[in-house]
Design a protein around this ligand. Structure first.
Ligand code: ADP
Ligand code: MG
Length: 352
């Protein structure tokens, strides 16, 4: 005998769906900064300006000089699973930071978002969404590019609001992600500004566009971000194995650090945190560093997008190599080779 009435199954509305998704995409202000700066870079920006107030809790503003969005596409930019970056037929072949079409609708569901943009051949326009409620597109005056303003992040999700840390801690996380993305794009100019006290605020990080070839530009950018001490003590890394290439700079063992803070890893231009890669970096220096020291390095693995899956998590900071052993071998042997050439011969034989 059935004693209870079955509950009714309902389809959730878009605002609720977006709020749920936002929990995965937007963990804290720095995740919003990451999504917005990646969008600017995907739009071909040569200049990206980031401003924040109160650790990004009350305001995040990202301005770029990229391709812009046409007025007719503005509502689509705020719709879930709408993207200009893939057509859905080839999830294995991704060349942009974004492709899920989730960031802007998620941010618009949990905060107050305004996009002001102007694409070539169109007038400037603006759209706003607050807690998932979208307003109509309005005309706006600007010369080109896009400005995205996000206010009151998580006002619509009080539970998440409680988990935000101090302004100082959130500012630190924002600074870290901007610097990581700035390393990945040395030919792009970046400015980071704290506007908590109003006005133009205070510039807390600036990197002008680097020039020269890829290695010159990266070396210059690393000097800017990690300091000339790192740059002067860094070995140029350029190694290849079966379709995987590793480039970048790795510090001499004498420049090692007491913590693992100066380890920057990228896969196909994307900053990642990957246990396998960190382990490989450690293993490469094993014989030339004592246990309590950590190597400092900025390493870029590039390969055919078919050889690595970036769609592991919505934030895309995890990756899965098709052949992790190959990636590990490249990192270990490439670094050991460079260290050996610089006179830091490991006791084990150098392969590759
Ligand atoms: P995704 O980046 O995964 O495509 P988003 O929600 O981040 O999804 O953005 C949705 C769409 O809005 C993008 O595909 C792009 O067409 C457009 N867009 C977002 N930000 C910018 C920008 N700064 N400049 C130009 N177009 C943008
Ligand atoms: Mg995006």
């Amino acid at each position: 005998k059935i004693s209870q009435t079955a509950p009714v199954i309902r389809q959730l509305d878009d605002a609720a769906i977006n709020r749920i998704a936002a929990g995965e995409v937007v963990e804290r202000p720095a995740s919003a900064v990451k999504e917005l700066v990646e969008n600017a870079l995907d739009a071909g920006a040569r200049r990206v300006e980031v401003a924040y107030a109160q650790g990004g809790k009350t305001l995040i503003r990202v301005t770029d000089d990229g391709c812009g969005i046409s007025p007719g596409d503005l509502p689509l930019a705020l719709s879930r699973h709408a993207t200009s970056k893939i057509d859905g037929s080839d999830l294995l072949n991704i060349h942009t930071f974004g492709f899920r079409g989730e960031a802007l609708p998620s941010l618009g569901a949990v905060g107050r978002l305004t996009i002001t943009s102007r694409a070539a051949g169109h007038d400037g326009a603006e759209i706003s969404v607050s807690g998932g409620q979208m307003a109509k597109v309005k005309p706006a005056a600007l010369n080109g590019g896009t400005t995205v303003t996000l206010r009151d992040l998580f006002f619509a999700t009080p539970a998440r609001l409680k988990f935000m840390r101090t302004d100082r801690a959130e500012t630190q996380a924002i600074t870290d992600i901007v610097k990581r993305l700035a390393m990945a794009e040395p030919f792009v100019a970046f400015t980071l500004r704290d506007v908590s006290d109003g006005g133009d605020g205070r510039v807390t990080f600036r990197a002008d566009a680097e020039t020269g070839d890829m290695f010159d530009a990266l070396h210059g950018r690393l000097a800017r971000i990690l300091g000339t001490d790192f740059a002067d003590n860094a070995l140029k890394i350029d190694a290849e194995r079966e379709g995987l290439r590793m480039t970048g700079y790795a510090a001499l063992p004498t420049y090692s650090r007491g913590s693992a803070v100066a380890q920057y890893l990228f896969v196909n231009g994307r900053p990642v945190r990957d246990k396998m890669m960190i382990g490989a970096l450690r293993a490469a220096y094993m014989d030339v560093l004592s246990r309590d020291r950590h190597p400092a390095a900025a390493l870029f693995i590039d390969c055919d997008p078919m050889l690595v899956d970036v769609n592991v998590h919505p934030a895309k900071s995890e990756v899965r190599f098709r052949d992790p052993g190959l990636a590990r071998g490249l990192i270990v042997s490439g670094l050991r080779h460079a260290l050996a050439e610089a006179g830091h011969r490991a006791s084990t034989t150098v392969a590759g």
